[in-house]
Ligand binder design. Structure first.
Ligand code: B12
Ligand code: SF4
Length: 491
């Protein structure tokens, strides 16, 4: 008989972009650690590692792959599916279908961003066969669920989960230091996890980490502020460095911090960077790391901060700049002062030339026209970034932009829009009278072409990437044609 575990956690597939990485879902790692800590056996199946496309031809193969794995684990208390996102809804449905077929009597529990958005419970109960939903942080909830299920009791008794008929709620772990470190599968060689072309520093074994949860900002296009009711919590530096030391014992020498926004306040950036650097200097071995940052934080990086970050192992800053044309910059709810950004980039390039800078840009939205988009592309190309990503404005349910675009929509109308779309990638693109989604996609290709066909880019990339330059240049060439793999499947 197959081995029996208490809980199987399944990461559904999503439509991968060209040059994207495959990252171990650390949220499932946190759930596994929490449950194992109180004595339950947990296995994780990462469908996203193997299936990188939501095209029907790919999804139809999921059952044959997943079924034997699921059977071999033989979960006897429950199956957890997540992190669920709006974009991966087709993949989530396909996973749910297999689970229901193979183990019709085993409860299915969902969690992740989509499960955390208000008003979505009907989708999970009616379309995905959910027994329960966990909104927000899942560690306490998964322990409650396993205890209740092992007692043969009803999940409706748990205060941390939504069951049919119960109102929306939100789980927030305020004391992040109280959590077990997440279980991870991070060996590049044995598990197939790789960083995206943009994030790969080619420095060996890596892990991802979060030093905080939640985001106190409220950018109009983003769901993050709605996921934990906007509550932001941070781990102590001591707790972060304990985890880093633990990772280093497994020969990990690079960490990608996936916080929504690392370094929170511009005013305290110098002090925060100093405190972090001090901890990094005290590690037994050097660690290389990178973070996500808001543009107004980048704007505060002077020469001293740049030098300090580099000395402390920081090798990349990823900045969500979004828009550079002054007439549209505030559109997204971000403060972008192009002059200050330019000055910060100059500081970094002079004091820490090997500290890589990357930026993301969103094209489209109210007030945007071809000219303002071209202006953002032109300014982006001139900034001194090693990588830039250009996205058409994707309209996520729960955001201010969604409400502006679809003021009459009910909570589940997004679902019908996505599943009836002839494109497989699960994104709703912004459209208005000035720009259709095809116009926007063409502008995105234009952005990639302008940025990556410049001689300066090739010179900079050659210098920075060395032996990896030609491999990266080949991927970048594809971005100019179809970065989102919507015309042709990649995997
Ligand atoms: C790191 C990251 C990635 C990584 C890894 C993703 C992963 N699956 O772990 C990569 C680069 C691969 C990625 C890809 C994508 N991402 Co992403 N990603 C993030 C980011 C920045 C952090 C996630 C994270 O690690 N958080 C820390 C851990 C501890 O939290 P967690 O994963 O949420 O898990 C906790 C709870 O949600 C819950 N939980 C999660 N799963 C489950 C399952 C069960 C059964 C239970 C009970 C509970 C539970 O318990 C966990 C522990 O408390 C978030 C931003 C955010 N604030 O969430 C965006 C975010 C999740 N990504 C997003 C998007 C859109 C994408 C992509 C579609 C982009 C793309 N096309 O490439 C894909 C889709 C991925 C997918 N699985 O569907 C959106 C989702 C928006 C939405 N409306 O659904 C987010 C919220 C960013 C944003 N603000 O818009 N992403
Ligand atoms: S875009 Fe970044 S800063 Fe803005 S709400 Fe989302 S996570 Fe927060």
């Amino acid at each position: 008989m197959a081995r029996q575990v208490d809980l199987v956690l399944i990461h559904p597939p999503y439509h991968r972009r060209r040059g994207s990485g495959t990252i171990f879902p650390i949220g499932l790692g946190y759930l596994a650690s929490a449950a194992e800590n109180i004595g339950y056996k947990v296995s994780i199946i990462d469908c996203a590692l193997v299936f990188g496309s939501l095209l029907p031809s790919k999804l139809s193969q999921l059952g044959a792959w997943l079924e034997p794995r699921l059977k071999s684990m033989n979960p006897h208390l429950g199956i957890g599916i997540g992190p669920c996102t709006t974009s991966s809804i087709r993949g989530t449905e396909a996973v749910a279908h297999v689970c229901k077929n193979v183990f019709p009597k085993i409860p299915i529990i969902y969690g992740g961003p989509l499960a955390s958005l208000p008003g979505q419970s009907r989708l999970f109960f009616n379309k995905l066969g959910a027994t329960a939903i966990v909104p927000g942080d899942g560690e306490k909830a998964i322990c409650d669920i396993l205890k209740i299920l092992s007692e043969g009791s009803d999940l409706a008794h748990a205060h941390t989960v939504i069951t049919p008929g119960k109102d929306d709620l939100m789980n927030v772990v305020e004391d992040l230091d109280s959590l077990q470190f997440p279980r991870r599968l991070c060996s590049v060689d044995s598990n197939g996890y790789v960083l995206s072309v943009r994030r790969d520093l080619f420095l060996g074994k890596f892990a991802t980490m979060v030093s905080s949860r939640g985001c106190p900002h409220r950018c109009k296009f983003c769901v993050s502020a709605h996921l934990r009711k906007g509550i932001y919590n941070r781990r102590s530096l001591e707790n972060i460095f304990n985890e880093i030391s633990f990772l280093q014992d497994s020969h990990i020498n690079m960490v990608v911090f996936y916080d929504d926004t690392f370094f929170l306040k511009p005013d305290s950036l110098a002090q925060d960077a100093h405190d972090l650097a001090t901890g990094m200097f005290n590690l037994a071995r050097p660690l290389y790391w990178q973070v996500e940052m808001r543009p107004e934080l980048l704007a505060m990086v002077d020469k001293d901060i740049a030098a300090m970050l580099y000395a402390a192992g920081c090798r990349q800053l990823n900045i969500g700049i979004e828009k550079l044309d002054p007439s549209c910059a505030s559109l997204m709810g971000k403060n972008v002062d192009i002059d200050k950004i330019r000055r910060a980039v100059r500081n970094i390039n002079s004091e820490a030339p090997n500290l890589r800078l990357t930026g993301t840009f969103i094209l489209g939205g109210p007030q945007e026209n071809q000219n303002s988009i071209l202006r953002t592309i032109e300014l982006a190309s001139d900034l001194g970034l090693l990588f830039a990503h250009f996205y058409p404005l994707e309209v996520y349910p729960g955001t201010d932009v969604y409400r502006e675009c679809f003021p009459n929509d009910g909570p589940l109308d997004w679902y019908e829009k996505i599943v009836s779309d002839d494109l497989p990638w699960g994104e709703l693109l912004y459209e208005n009278d000035l720009l259709t989604r095809n116009d926007l996609l063409a502008m995105v290709n234009e952005g990639y072409k302008s940025f990556y066909t410049r001689n300066e880019w090739h010179k900079m990339a050659n210098q920075s990437l060395g032996a990896n330059y030609s491999k990266v240049a080949n991927v970048v060439k594809e971005w100019c044609v179809d970065r989102f793999s919507i015309k042709k499947e990649t995997l």
